[in-house]
Write a protein that binds this ligand. Structure first.
Ligand code: HPA
Length: 306
């Protein structure tokens, strides 16, 4: 790196306060202000929160009576920087159930700290959301999986947590949840059963699995050795999201259902020359949008009747 004429190196560093790790964390009160901003503007309080994964923004298209809030208009909200993540909070009805959809989520690789990536989950909690449905695009590690399959998340492996990075790090506010939240029932087993039953009813049981998701920081896809290790550790699918959102949701006692759309099969063989890429991830999302919309809609109906 060369210095400029004034000997100043700072111009070579990204200076963006919105994604700085050093900024003050959100307080309960600041998140309440964000929640109040939304509550003053929406006509119905949502019961279910839905996070749309890469290429799955179409899930929000199924909502009736929509009210849309671009992220940049919501006080304290981060903004999406990734293709395929539009960057809107959309309120509306899905089968007459009030829901809120994140069309675009925040990733660690964008430069956001995990607590900031997961901030919208706490805002959802404060506006009355009781159930979170988190979707993601993922690479399939389990050899039974095919591109376009759905994996209902039974459990996760928090790889970033192993490295000491967790969205709950720092002072704990008991108004959200306890200092040491359990994570052994992270994914609601009734919702998992319902997801599997739904797959039968919709006749898609052959392409719906139940498995373990793991999240790495990205943005690069994994090496062959990394994928072999993850597989050996018991992961069935790998992605770059969801785990920190789920931890944050469970911390504040939301019920969670998550599923992965398998957008590529992980290459665990040095002789294979396939290269995963973001375009493929987006294309598979589009290809499976109808079935995903139906699956989420039926799940929301079930949640509202419980
Ligand atoms: N690895 C990590 N994240 C992903 C992948 C993958 O293979 N596919 C979609 N998201």
């Amino acid at each position: 790196m060369s210095q400029n004429s004034t000997g100043n190196l700072t111009e070579y560093y990204v200076k963006d306060d919105n994604i700085s790790n050093k900024q003050e964390k959100y307080t309960y009160e600041s998140l309440l202000l964000t929640a109040q901003y939304l509550l003053e503007r929406i006509s119905v309080k949502p019961q279910v929160g839905i996070i749309c994964g890469s290429g799955m923004g179409c899930l929000a298209d199924a909502l009736d009576n929509r009210q849309e809030f671009p992220y940049e208009t919501i006080p304290h909200f981060p903004v999406s920087t990734v293709d395929g993540h539009v960057g809107k909070l959309i309120f509306g009805n899905l089968s007459d159930v009030p829901v809120v959809c994140m069309q675009g989520r925040f990733h660690y690789y964008e430069g956001y700290p995990l607590w900031k990536c997961a901030m919208p989950v706490r805002v959802m909690k404060l506006i009355g959301v009781t159930h979170l449905i988190a979707s993601n695009a993922a690479g399939g590690l389990n050899s039974d999986y095919k591109v376009g399959d759905i994996m209902i998340v039974r459990d996760h492996i928090n790889m970033m947590g192993f490295a000491g990075n967790n969205p709950l790090q720092g002072p704990n506010d008991e108004r959200f949840g306890p200092r040491f939240p359990p994570m052994n029932k992270a994914y609601n087993s009734h919702l998992i059963d319902q997801g599997k039953e739904l797959a039968q009813k919709l006749g898609i049981q052959d392409c719906v699995h139940e498995g373990v998701y793991t999240c790495l920081g990205g943005p690069n896809f994994e090496t062959v050795a990394e994928l072999r290790m993850l597989k050996m550790l018991g992961a069935d699918a790998v992605g770059m999201s969801t785990v920190h959102e789920v931890i944050t949701a469970r911390h504040c006692d939301m019920d969670v259902f998550a599923f992965s759309l398998i957008t590529n099969i992980c290459v665990i063989d040095y002789e294979c020359h396939n290269k995963p890429n973001h375009e493929e991830v987006m294309d598979v999302g589009k290809m499976r949008q109808d079935v995903l919309k139906l699956f989420v809609k039926k799940l929301v109906e079930y949640i509202s009747q419980k």
